[in-house]
Design a protein around this ligand. Sequence first.
Ligand code: SAH
Length: 463
Amino acid sequence: MQHFPIFLAVAGRRIVVSGGGDAAMAKLRLLMKTEAHLTVIASEIAPDIQKWAAQDKLTIINRAMEPGDTLCAALFYAANEDDVEDARVSAIANAEGALVNIVDNLADSQFITPAIVDRDPVTVAIGTEGAAPVLARAIKADLEERLPTSLGILARIGKTFRHAADVLPMGRKRRDFWSAFYFNTGPKAIEDAGENGVIPALETLLDTHIMTKAREGHVDLVGAGPGDPELLTLKARNALDTADVVIHDRLVTPEILELARREAIIIDAGKTGFGPSMKQEDIDALIVQHAQDGHHVVRLKAGDPTVFGRLDEEIEALENAGISYRIIPGITAASAAVANIGQSLTKRQRNSSVRLITGHDTKGYADHDWRALARAGEVAAIYMGKKSARFIQGRLLMHGADPATPVTIIENVSRPDQRIIATTLAEMEPTMTNANLTGPAITFYGLAPRDAQANALKLREFA
Ligand code: SAH
């Protein structure tokens, strides 16, 4: 180890930065998180730094650095982005006893600034001795994702509660209590009631743990997005991370199921559109049963659980059974698909509303306000519209829709095998059948991909 990590007490002490440009600004952004007195010395000062000075976040000395400028400084940064000037000012700071860092010059620096994950008072510093900044960034990103943003507040409040928690026997019981606080009850209390909600939540949690009540189950109704794991929300990831049981739809991709806690039981509640299916009541019963066993159940649904997800039936079952639940939204197929054709769902002077419609419902092909949809400029995202394509096409034409209205079919949205098929209402069938769609597909009525040329090519391919 060539660099020894420490946390330096800087509150009330001086830190001096020589330089007034981008490099100085990058360091200042970090330094302003501390309670140190910051001084910036440079003959040219960027407007942002001047703004910070006006906000009393730092002091500016508007000239080149001179001997005496770094007296009593704990740390010194040479950030002039000019080797000669950096060497000159570093020599001054060095002589005056400050620890010196020269930006982008590891060899001549006495200390280096780590990548920081800031959940003050919890601070994680990541260093690679300059060897692999990419790795440091990746580790930082990973930790940023794992540590709830409210962790700092929780740590501060948790500290004041330590003695109270000592009533729990040391070891497992106390650890379980704190782990439940930091990763579950605490973040939830902040979300529900803000900082003031934390102490009451801690008290309740402690009571529960003292009474060693059997664990209560809980259900997260989670949107898995269209398939790409990167389109999951952090909340969804965290829920998967702690799940005991994951009950998922057929459309949820293996890459996303991979993210579930290793010990979690994974149950496929897949329902194939027209094929054999697990009855909704059976799924409801399954979710309730696992929650009643005291498990944290993640009910994972493709896209957003509130869009054609039969969510309300599941909520009703949970409410009837008195089980706590939370809805975690996801990116619905229409949102992801429209992004991938470079369009907007709504657009000034084209359509001020958009419909999400389904091709079929429990009674068969779904009926809609065809006359309204047939008007020029209307946009609809058609879910579950493969089998009903001819029906929808027929209804719209019958109600006077322009046969040249653009129609775009997007299969396997956000997945490696995504396909975009641009056509028109007149050609919607047989284009759809000829395309041999095997994955989930969403159809935009009234939208063409932004790239018209690619569009024309695809038309030829599938005509
Ligand atoms: N709750 C989901 C929709 C469930 S209904 C959501 O918000 O996206 C199932 C329909 O959603 C499919 O028939 C298809 O039309 C659409 N769909 C879901 N995932 C899709 C994907 N990755 N690509 C294209 N369409 C998708």
